[in-house]
Design a binder for this molecule. Structure first.
Ligand code: AHG
Ligand code: MN
Ligand code: MN
Length: 337
């Protein structure tokens, strides 16, 4: 049987992208290769979660106060151990660790910084609903040796790469280094991520809104008016929209990237900064959506403009199609009601 039209492995694609950068040292490519291995190791446990002792919870909570699931811990440790010895990274930070994660003394440090959410959508693990892993990569700002908190706390527009792995009906590695957003589907029979979504572009407008409408009563009036507007009958403007929300940011953002529309986790009266974390959820997802031709916002400006002050800070987040985001911002800023 002839191989798929584009029998392009993630590894080959990364190498070919590297050749587009004359001064490239290969360090960044090697980092991405290590990350794709980490993704396969996490996928291996996720794909049999019901059969091995990775379901259920630990007796821990993380810095965001979330109950830590066993798969959170497994994924966190797996990604760290896959990335700590390649010599490309000077410091890491993860949702599951309060402080920055230093490279062990026995390994050399490199010029990149990795922040990650090892397992996104933890509340969905035991119900076998799509979950994911999210990563964000910066170049270090300190000059040498072990990386510091300063290397981690950079605004999102300085990311050199970002992406996610979505463990769903199939497992897809989606990433961007500033030259298009590309998706690679894992073929378990050969253990390779194969190019399946080349140069993803988000539709200019969609007809899906994705958010936890259970928080409606706590939202600002502008947000309430926007959602009420989307639900009114008006064929001329393609309303009512459909609500699709699975409670895994990776899944909801990936569908928004492919189908268009809007994903949001707004701030509200109880949590003015919302629930999602800037450094390892909102920045990488905003980078991907913007690089695919969409827009992001924290309600007033691109998420990527937010100057971080702490590793686990929250931010309101709105991501999606250009036209949907423009309309949402008009409601948020009171220009429409
Ligand atoms: P995590 O599992 O990494 O803590 O992330 C969960 C997040 C995100 O994936 C999702 O969009 C959001 O929590 C859902 O929150 P609600 O259950 O409040 O809707
Ligand atoms: Mn998450
Ligand atoms: Mn998580």
């Amino acid at each position: 049987m002839a191989p798929p039209k584009k029998f392009m492995t993630l590894e080959r694609f990364i190498n070919e992208q590297e050749s587009m950068h004359p001064g490239a040292t290969g360090e960044f490519s090697a980092l991405l290769h290590d990350l794709s291995l980490a993704a396969k190791l996490v996928w291996r446990e996720v794909s049999k979660a019901g059969l091995v002792d990775v379901l259920g919870t630990t007796n821990q909570t993380n810095s965001s106060g979330d109950i830590v699931k066993k798969l959170d811990v497994f994924a966190d440790e797996t990604i760290f151990k896959a990335m700590d010895h390649g010599g490309h990274i000077c410091v890491m930070a993860s949702e599951e660790n309060e402080d920055i994660l230093h490279i062990p003394d026995e390994y050399v440090t490199g010029k990149y910084v990795l922040l990650y959410d090892p397992l996104d959508g933890s509340s969905n693990i035991d119900a076998n609903i799509t979950i994911g892993s999210i990563f964000s990569i910066f170049k270090r700002v300190t000059t040498s040796g072990k990386g510091t908190l300063q290397d981690c706390l950079q605004p999102g527009y300085k990311q050199v790469a970002a992406g996610y792995i979505i463990y769903g009906s199939s497992t897809i590695f989606v990433y961007c280094t500033g030259h298009g957003v590309h998706g690679f589907t894992l073929d378990p029979s050969v253990g390779e991520f194969l190019l399946s979504h080349e140069n993803i572009r988000i539709p200019k407008k969609g007809n899906i809104y994705s958010m936890n409408e259970g928080n409606f009563s706590n939202w600002d009036p502008g947000m309430q008016n926007y959602i009420t507007y989307l639900k009114q009958q008006d064929k001329a403007t393609g309303r009512p929209y459909s609500l699709r929300y699975i409670g895994t940011m990776v899944g909801d953002a990936h569908r928004t990237l492919l189908y268009g529309g809007i994903f949001a986790y707004p701030g509200d009266k109880k949590n003015p900064e919302g629930k999602l974390r800037l450094m390892y959820e909102c920045n990488p997802m905003a980078y991907i959506i913007e690089q695919a031709g969409g827009r992001s916002s924290n309600g007033t400006t691109s998420v990527l403009n937010v100057a971080p002050t702490s590793l686990h800070q929250h931010t309101p987040v709105f991501l999606g199609s250009e036209e949907d985001m423009k309309l949402c911002e008009e409601f948020l800023q009171g220009k429409r009601s």
